[in-house]
Design a protein around this ligand. Structure first.
Ligand code: KIV
Ligand code: NA
Length: 263
């Protein structure tokens, strides 16, 4: 695999070739994922749940995300490194810029922010300063207490239209990538077809330009009931490297996600 950049993702989108993304939190798993061909690694604030055992992503701090980013950056090989801005990094424009700066200095190549159309100004300021942004829409886990749980978003037509409009607004503001979580497959397709930038989906159907999963779900070691959109790739693999390879190959061949993983 050649070094993956934002241009690589755009070229894959234009060529109609899906790409795979996976969360990573340390150097060893990052290396294994990169060697499996996975194009994008995400230091997700899901680390609050899968590493720290919290019930949500809210307790995760900037320092913790920076620590894991430095670990992943040392092992990641040629994959593109995306990193989450933690809860309340968007408390002010000043804080957003400072926190994004810290992530970039730690090794991030793309920062991900949750938020709807109102994040446009923040995204504009970040991209002006050379920080590429992925905007995370649909189910935004940092708002879990406002959403009333981890639920599918955009089922109603007006809600779906709003998510599509928000995505358009954030791309106009400078977002280089959109990530859609837990939305109907029809909305995942509509957003991907409408936008020129790459769209990554998790529980967003088979037609987004990229797919992402949490590493622990791919390895079948998450606790609690697995969401419908995940798949344990260890079931048919001999080892962890094999599970990463199967995930990557299944995304590339459009075997994953299957009907059973979609809304
Ligand atoms: O934190 C995370 O792992 C994420 C992915 C689920 C997209 O944001
Ligand atoms: Na996240």
């Amino acid at each position: 695999m050649k070094t993956v950049t934002l241009s690589t993702l755009s070229a894959l989108k234009r060529a109609g070739e899906p790409f795979s993304c996976l969360t990573a939190y340390d150097a060893s798993f990052a290396r294994a994922a990169g060697e499996a061909g996975i194009e994008v690694l995400l230091v997700g604030d899901s680390l609050g749940m899968v590493l720290q055992g919290h019930a949500s992503t809210l307790p995760v701090t900037l320092d913790e995300v920076c620590y894991h980013t430095r670990c992943v950056a040392r092992g990641k090989g040629r994959s593109l490194l995306m990193v989450d801005l933690p809860f309340m990094s968007n408390a002010s424009q000043e804080r957003l810029l400072q926190d994004a700066g810290a992530l970039m200095r730690a090794g991030a190549e793309l920062v991900k922010v949750e938020g709807e159309a109102w994040m446009a100004e923040g995204i504009r300021e970040l991209t002006r300063r050379g920080v590429p942004v992925c905007a995370h829409l649909g189910l935004t886990p940092q708002s879990v207490y406002q959403l009333g749980g981890y639920k599918v978003q955009g089922r109603e037509a007006d809600q779906a239209t709003r998510i599509l409009e928000d995505a358009r607004t954030l791309v106009e503001a400078g977002a280089s990538v959109i990530l859609l979580e837990c939305v109907p497959a029809s909305l995942g397709r509509a957003v991907s077809e409408t936008l020129e930038v790459p769209v990554i989906g998790i529980g967003a159907g088979p037609d987004t330009d990229g797919q992402i999963l949490v590493m622990h779900d791919v390895l079948g070691v998450s606790h609690g009931r697995a969401p419908r959109f995940v798949k344990n790739f260890m079931v048919d693999a001999d080892d962890i490297q094999g599970a990463f390879r199967h995930y990557h190959e299944d995304v590339k061949a459009r075997r994953f996600p299957a009907e059973a993983h979609c809304f």
